[in-house]
Write a protein that binds this ligand. Sequence first.
Ligand code: MCA
Ligand code: AMP
Length: 504
Amino acid sequence: MSNHMFDAIRGAARPDATFIETLDGRVWTYDEMLALSGRLAATLEKLSVRPGDRVAVQVEKSPEALMLYLACLRAGAVYLPLNTAYTIAELDYFIGDAEPRLVVTTPDAAEGVRSIAAKHGAHVETLDDSGGGSLLGLARDMAPDFADVARGPDDLAAILYTSGTTGRSKGAMLTHDNLLSNALTLCDYWRFSETDRLIHALPIFHTHGLFVASNVILLSGASMFFLPKFDAGEVLRLMPQATALMGVPTFYVRLLQHEGLSRETAAGMRLFVSGSAPLLAETHKRFRATTGQVILERYGMTETNMNTSNPYDGERIAGTVGFPLPGVSLRVVDPETGTALGVDETGMIEVKGPNVFKGYWRMPEKTQAEFRADGFFITGDLGKIDEKGYVHIVGRGKDLVISGGYNIYPKEVETEIDLLPGIIESAVIGVPHPDFGEGVTAVVVREPDTAIDEDAVREGLKERLARYKQPKRVIFIDALPRNAMGKVQKNVLRESCKSLYTGG
Ligand code: MCA
Ligand code: AMP
């Protein structure tokens, strides 16, 4: 039987070759990947996970967690990874909305998760980052030679939640072919082969670390050093044995701050990729001056996988995200009329291709609102195409903050702040931050004579919002600036707060 995505992975697997190496020296060969993902797929089946059922996973990064993603592909289940930073309150929404058959959590979080899962009729198993947990206990008794469930190109492989502009997160439905077509394109465009060794330091609950990095390695039969999280010292230690690194701009900012970064350390590397957030031209230039290597910047989204990339062989231009990838159609249009714009004219970026998702989970109206009649997806990013064909992202049409590569929708944070006692209203903005690119910042109007201060606001958000969404600073103000229509002028606030983290 054919399984669109996993057949391709199986076809690229080299039996005795290394797939993953961890910092403690553990090695996983491709054969071991096939065996453990097979045992886990059989476990899913035993737990009554049927094709099309969702499997929600909120666990620490580990090779076993990645094998669980592969097991879902093989069992025909829909993999639903969740950021480990999400609080129980946030988890409640995802589990209620996605209605997974199974939730896999860490042993530490199991008690809290069980009470939520019970409410929504989901079963709970555990997985920790050192080879323990109830799920692996069950998998040990299963046979490794699982017969993969038949899945076609259009069947769902994963749902990844993206924060919503109206506060509610939306589940982006990604098919087997969305993942496979994009990964094959990237393998080719970035020249991946079985001789590559990637330093994998990204989390595996988002597109970048899960699909871009892991799928590219799997489909080229290459190997990767699997780090639990980004650590500049570890990355530099591994660099002489590696060939590629994929990261968010914060990785490059932090590497540049490390005295170990030099031309010699990076000499054996053939590719440094950056994405998920804008890479400052200054970081690009400093990295080149320090290492002699030119970072390759690319642009993607959860809903679309990767859309554009600077070229492998041609000129990689700082401040641009390169060309549309083969098979991806990209246009810049007038956001109001949808009319295509000319060279160097700024408008809304829209994309179409096999990479573009199937829609938002159980939100047909939202899905419809974000597609044009001719099938182009409206990204919400503002950009232009220059005379050489390079795409530039010049801003966002959506109210979004990107901090260290994580997206934060201001509306969600504002709603939580406004619920705190003594608060009248708030506006959340992104302010230039030397490490995270943008720092989440709350500008708040409080009631007269209230005791609430910066610490109290942060304390009040602790159990409600993931840590990375919480404001790094809370600024109090008498009234929010508004335009004639009554809309809060966030540009005015951004201007007045612009030096908050950078000084000056
Ligand atoms: C951690 N903290 C953060 C962030 N990460 N705060 C704001 N933004 C963040 N991104 C908090 C921690 O909870 C901690 O809070 C404090 O900041 C300092 O933690 P630190 O140890 O410095 O952080 P870290 O653990 O080193 O993490 C920073 C990081 C990490 C390495 C940049 O956030 C990361 O790996 N980001 C990658 C995200 C990613 O994969 N994005 C791709 C999305 P406290 O001290 O108060 O407890 S996919 C995507 O965007 C599309 C598809 C695309 O194009 O790729
Ligand atoms: P996500 O919702 O996490 O998939 O984030 C996708 C968003 O990240 C895009 O819509 C862009 O706003 C932003 N993004 C991704 N890559 C880049 C890049 N190279 N430069 C600027 N913004 C980017």
